[in-house]
Design a protein around this ligand. Structure first.
Ligand code: TRP
Ligand code: SF4
Length: 407
C-alpha cells in the first residue's frame, strides 16, 4: 500500500476495443458496472482503437465508424458524458508517448510471460501476431491507465494479468526515476517542517520498520504520518516513500476492480461471445431476439412438458434473474420445479421483460446512430478533457526521465 497520502475521489479508467456491435453480455457484465461507477468516481472510459489494431492490423475496417457506433451503444445504456469522460484512445497522443517511454524500462520477459500472449496467438492462429505491437499490448494498456494516474481499473478476469504488468511497470518506473534532486529537496523540506520531537520518533519508527519489515511496524509509520501536523500531501508522500525505501510515487500502482463474472450465458449456455454465435446483440431487432430465445437451451432434464425442471441448471433462468421482476421469478421457480409451466411459457414471459429493457436501448442506439455529429462532439470533448489530464502526467514523466520540457 502507498503511504497515507490523503486520497482525492478515486479515479477509474477503463477501455473497450471497438470490434463490432455489443451484446447483452457487454451490457450486463461491463457497461452496467461503468454506469454504477460513474456515479461515485471520476471515470475515464475510452474506445481502445489502437488495441484493436494490435490484432486486426491486416483488416482494420473503418475503426472510426466502429468507434462511433460503439459510443452510440455506451450512450444508449446510460454511460453519461456529463458524469464520465468518454473518449478515443488514438485521439489522445499522450497514450502513445507514454507507451514509448514505458517500453524503455519494460523487460521483454514480463511481456512474454503474460499468459494471454501465447494463448491469443494460438487462438487467433489465422493472423500473424508475432509483432512488436502485439507483444506490447500490456504496455499500451499500462500507458492508458497511468496517463491518468488511475486508482481503479474495472476489468474482467482475462485482463488481470495485464494489470499485474501495469503495476510492475509503475513500480519499476518509480524505483528508477522517483528519486533525484526534486525528490531529495521535497524530503529535506518535509523534515525541516516537521517538529523536532516527532522527527526523532519518526526516525526510530523508520529504523524499526527497515529492520523488522513487519506489518505492525509499517502501521506505526502510517499512523505517525497521519499525525504529523502542517505537512503538504506531497511532503507526506515523500516521507512515506523514504520510509519504504522507494522513490516518490510518480505513477501510482492501480488496483484491478474485478467485473463480476459473466452473469448472462449465451443462448447455448456457454459464455456469451460473438465468435460462438450464441450472443444476443443490443441492436438485434425484436423478431431476431424472439427467435434466439425460442431456440435457447433450457434445463436438459425437461425433455417433456411434464418433466419437472431446475432453474439453477437453465440459462433462461439467468435471464429472468437479470430482467424479470420478483413476481415473475417466483412464478418461474415454482412452475419449473412442479412442471406447472412449460418452457415456451417461461420464455414468453422472459421475452416480455427483456423487450421492456431492450426496446428503449434499441431506440436510443438508433437515435444516436442518426446523430453522428453529436456523438463525435461528445468524443471530441472527452478527448480534450482527457488530453489535458494526460498532459500533466506526461510533463512529470518527461521531467522524471530527464527529457526537456515541451513548448
Ligand atoms: N485490453 C482491454 C480488453 O480487451 C481493453 C483495454 C485497453 C483496457 N486498455 C485498457 C481496459 C486500459 C482497462 C484499462 O478488454
Ligand atoms: Fe428453464 Fe423456464 Fe424451462 Fe425451467 S421452465 S427449464 S427455467 S425455460
Amino acid at each position: 500500500m502507498s503511504p497515507a497520502v490523503p486520497e482525492p475521489s478515486r479515479r477509474v479508467v477503463s477501455g473497450m476495443r471497438p470490434t463490432g456491435p455489443l451484446h447483452l453480455g457487454h451490457w450486463v457484465g461491463v457497461l452496467q458496472n461503468w454506469v454504477a461507477l460513474q456515479k461515485q468516481h471520476d471515470c475515464y472510459f475510452f474506445a481502445a482503437d489502437w488495441h484493436a489494431l494490435t490484432t486486426h492490423y491486416e483488416s482494420p475496417g473503418a475503426l472510426s465508424d466502429l468507434t462511433r457506433e460503439m459510443a452510440c451503444e455506451w450512450l444508449a445504456v446510460g454511460v453519461d458524458p456529463e458524469r464520465a469522460t468518454l473518449f478515443v484512445q488514438s485521439g489522445v497522443p499522450e497514450h502513445a508517448e507514454l507507451h514509448l517511454l514505458l517500453s524503455m524500462i519494460t523487460p521483454l520477459g514480463w511481456l512474454e510471460r503474460v499468459p494471454t500472449y501465447k494463448e491469443q496467438q494460438e487462438a487467433l492462429a489465422d493472423r500473424d501476431l508475432s509483432t512488436y505491437g502485439f507483444l506490447g499490448y500490456p504496455v499500451l494498456m499500462t500507458a492508458d491507465v497511468l496517463a491518468y494516474r488511475a486508482h481503479l481499473v474495472p476489468v474482467g478476469q482475462d485482463q488481470v494479468a495485464h494489470l499485474e504488468v501495469t503495476r510492475e511497470i509503475a513500480r519499476r518506473f518509480n524505483f528508477l526515476y522517483g528519486r533525484g534532486p526534486a525528490f531529495d529537496q521535497l524530503l529535506a523540506q518535509a523534515r525541516n517542517r516537521s517538529l523536532p520531537a516527532l522527527r526523532q520518533e519518526w526516525d526510530r519508527l523508520v529504523k524499526d520498520y527497515r529492520e523488522s519489515g513487519t506489518a505492525s511496524s509499517w502501521d506505526a509509520i502510517e499512523s505517525m504520518l497521519g499525525q504529523m501536523p502542517g505537512l503538504t500531501p506531497e511532503e507526506r508522500g515523500a516521507l512515506g516513500a523514504e520510509a519504504r525505501g522507494t522513490g516518490r510515487g510518480i505513477l501510482p500502482e492501480p488496483q484491478p476492480l474485478l467485473t463480476p463474472g459473466a452473469r448472462l450465458p449465451g443462448t447455448d449456455g456457454r459464455k456469451m461471445s460473438k465468435s460462438y454465435g450464441n450472443s444476443i446483440g443490443l441492436r438485434d431487432p425484436e423478431p431476431v431476439v424472439r427467435e434466439k430465445i425460442r431456440t435457447m437451451v433450457t434445463d436438459p432434464a425437461r425433455v417433456r412438458r411434464s418433466d419437472p425442471g431446475e432453474p439453477g441448471r437453465c440459462p433462461v433462468w439467468k435471464y429472468h434473474e437479470t430482467f424479470s421482476p420478483a413476481a415473475t421469478r417466483e412464478w418461474v421457480q415454482a412452475g419449473c420445479r412442479s412442471a406447472g409451466i412449460g418452457c415456451l411459457d417461461c420464455k414468453e414471459h422472459l421475452l416480455a421483460h427483456l423487450g421492456e429493457a431492450l426496446g428503449p436501448v434499441r431506440e436510443r442506439i438508433e437515435h444516436w446512430h442518426n446523430h453522428p455529429r453529436d456523438v463525435d462532439e461528445i468524443l471530441r470533448n472527452g478527448c480534450m478533457k482527457a488530453e489535458r489530464e494526460a498532459r500533466g502526467t506526461l510533463s512529470d514523466v518527461r521531467s522524471a526521465v530527464g527529457l526537456a520540457r515541451r513548448g
